[in-house]
Ligand binder design. Structure first.
Ligand code: GLU
Length: 333
């Protein structure tokens, strides 16, 4: 068939809200998730040149309210779409605040080699020079390109393509908020033309072993930010609240001072998984540098940021509470 006569790929567009669907009220404020996905699509008629879209409003929230219930629904809806041979890929609109967490969760749970692309915006849809329309156009284009196959969950914003595992939101308001740190960009996308330069190096999607427990909720994992002068109160409180795991956003190389370290050691003895990550935003947390992880039974997050380490630990704890086995997950994913 000549290219002009080829049917456009079918893309399922799942909407969750966020600033990309935000509307300004008065003054400087705005309300996230105010607009429907139908309204966002109608504002970009050029989308019809890229794909045949099927839209579904899965949730309508600011992503600070993202939670396990919506994650499960998103994972199920994305999986159902990707299992349909007629669907080429999935795009998910999402607030940028927790996009990296949802992206990494789906990267570990959805089994498919087809593209899954998360997209958001930093300016609400009604703002001057809103970034949502071009971000949405680029995200649909990335999901529609065969070059995106097998690359795991991707995040598209500001003309950039990021791997979900590597990306982090790094700025409160600026359009170039997403960065992929030491791994760098997966690619660039210019007015719908995608260019890929890197693939994920860790296990993901079709290669993942994680399955959501059908009946039980994910185990409670709390994330605690370390600081100078830290005491043990928050660690003890998390254990008392029933945490099965703790991720410490440690100072420097995942360190924490003596009182907090003693609390973590006591928690590990009781069977609570302790994962040391870093609050620095870059680098690898290695085992047994200033803290004797082998003796204390701790796990290190390798180079996962604290919020993503929490997701991997929740999923890891559905399979094992053995620190050695949990550590392997952090080296594999
Ligand atoms: N709190 C909003 C959210 O995450 C703002 C961030 C955004 O979408 O850009 O949904």
């Amino acid at each position: 068939m000549p290219p002009a006569a080829m049917p456009l790929p079918r893309i399922r567009l799942l909407a969750t809200g966020g600033t990309i669907a935000g509307a300004q009220t008065t003054g400087r404020g705005y309300r996230a998730a105010a607009l429907s996905i139908q309204a966002l699509v109608a504002a970009v008629p050029q989308l019809a040149t890229l794909a045949r879209l099927e839209v579904e409003q899965v949730a309508k929230l600011g992503s600070q309210d993202m939670n396990e219930t919506v994650w499960r629904k998103l994972a199920a809806r994305a999986q159902a779409a990707l299992d349909d041979p007629a669907i080429a890929g999935v795009v998910i609109t999402h607030g940028t605040d927790t996009m990296e967490e949802t992206g990494y969760f789906l990267n570990l749970i959805v089994r498919s080699t087809k593209p899954i692309v998360l997209v958001g915006a930093m300016r609400p849809a009604t703002a001057m020079s809103a970034d949502g329309p071009m971000n949405l156009f680029n995200a649909i284009a990335v999901a529609a390109t065969p070059a995106a196959y097998g690359r795991g969950v991707l995040i598209v914003a500001n003309d950039e393509i990021h791997c979900a595992r590597e990306v982090a939101k790094t700025n409160t308001t600026q359009l170039g908020t997403f960065h992929s740190g030491q791994r760098g960009l997966a690619g660039l996308v210019n007015s719908g033309r995608a260019h890929f330069y890197a693939s994920p190096v860790r296990r993901h999607t079709a290669g993942s072993e994680f399955i959501l427990p059908a009946r039980a909720a994910l185990p409670r994992v709390d994330l605690i930010f370390a600081h100078a002068g830290m005491d043990r109160a928050l660690i003890d409180a998390a254990v008392a609240a029933g945490a099965r795991g703790l991720v410490i956003a440690g100072v420097g190389d995942g360190n924490l001072g003596a009182p907090a370290l003693a609390a973590c050691a006591a928690a590990a003895k009781k069977g609570v998984a302790i994962v040391r990550s870093s609050r620095t935003g870059g680098g690898v947390v290695e085992r047994n540098i200033e803290i004797d992880d082998d003796r204390l039974g701790f796990v290190v997050a390798d180079e996962l940021n604290p919020q993503k380490a929490r997701i991997l630990l929740m999923l890891g704890l559905t399979q094992t509470s053995d620190p050695k086995a949990l550590q392997e997950f952090f080296f594999d994913y």
